[in-house]
Design a protein around this ligand. Structure first.
Ligand SMILES: [Zn+2]
Ligand SMILES: [Zn+2]
Ligand SMILES: [Zn+2]
Length: 248
């Protein structure tokens, strides 16, 4: 049996992505959903007041209410990607799309806080802010901080790199500065010098600001058990088992 709610959520997600790309074209939407195009599903989203469809002009867009729902789904999806990519080091593409349909907003905020309120998913797409980001909630435990906030001489593991610039990302990758590699901060002035894999690398402030590290080295067993605890407390559906039940 097809899962209607999940299919609707996927449609809202695609429409949000079109909105990000600045498109309201029905053709673009049909291209985005490919074989999953289902006029009945669109009709029901329209009668739910979530989508505005103009068949004559071939235009489609989210209503304010639809954008509100899509925003939550996108947020859950991209936080899910960050979680899987940063902590479990796994394949986030497929898992995140399951995650977003089962997770509660409360759990998303908990994970967001633990990850230091990341601004972008591993693809570099913006993560819509949650309550936790606005109140700058923090946990007592490890969290992700910008590399430039480390003390000189401190060593830390890279959590993620927040740069939209492909070339910068590529350069850092060539220098082996990438998620899960260990870096040591040597100096902050006149430029930043970071050691990675035995090499000393000079970096400018902008690039250093884009690198986020685990403030106390890396997600250790207690971070992971904190996450597992979250999962257990908040799990309402079996859908989260795939994520919280798995061992590294
Ligand atoms: Zn999805
Ligand atoms: Zn993404
Ligand atoms: Zn947050």
């Amino acid at each position: 049996m097809k899962n209607k709610r999940k299919d609707k959520e996927e449609y809202l997600e695609r429409l949000w992505e079109l909105k990000e790309a600045g498109s309201e074209s029905l053709d673009d939407f049909m291209r985005a959903v490919k074989d999953d195009y289902d006029p009945e599903l669109l009709d029901s989203l329209t009668s739910d007041g979530l989508v505005e469809l103009d068949e004559k002009e071939k235009r489609i867009k989210l209503t304010a209410g639809g954008a509100d729902q899509a925003r939550k789904i996108i947020r859950a999806h991209r936080i899910g990607e960050r979680l899987i990519f940063d902590i479990f080091g796994g394949d986030f593409e497929t898992a995140a799309c399951e995650f977003e349909h089962t997770v509660t907003a409360e759990l998303v905020d908990g994970i967001c806080t633990l990850l230091g309120h990341p601004g972008e998913c591993p693809h570099g797409m913006p993560i819509p802010k949650g309550e936790c980001c606005r109140s700058k909630a923090s946990t007592a435990h490890k969290q992700v901080v910008p590399l430039k906030d480390l003390e000189i001489g401190q060593t830390a593991r890279v959590a993620y790199i927040n740069t939209k610039d492909d070339r910068q990302m590529h350069n850092l990758d060539d220098l082996q500065v990438r998620p899960r590699s260990v870096v040591k901060l040597h100096q902050k002035y006149p430029c930043y010098v970071v050691e990675c894999e035995g090499a000393h690398i000079a970096l400018d402030e902008e690039i250093v600001s884009s690198i986020c590290v685990w403030s106390d080295n890396e997600p250790n067993e207690s971070d992971k058990s904190e996450l597992l605890e979250f999962g257990r407390k908040h799990r309402k559906r079996r859908g989260l088992d795939f994520l919280f039940g798995r061992k590294r």
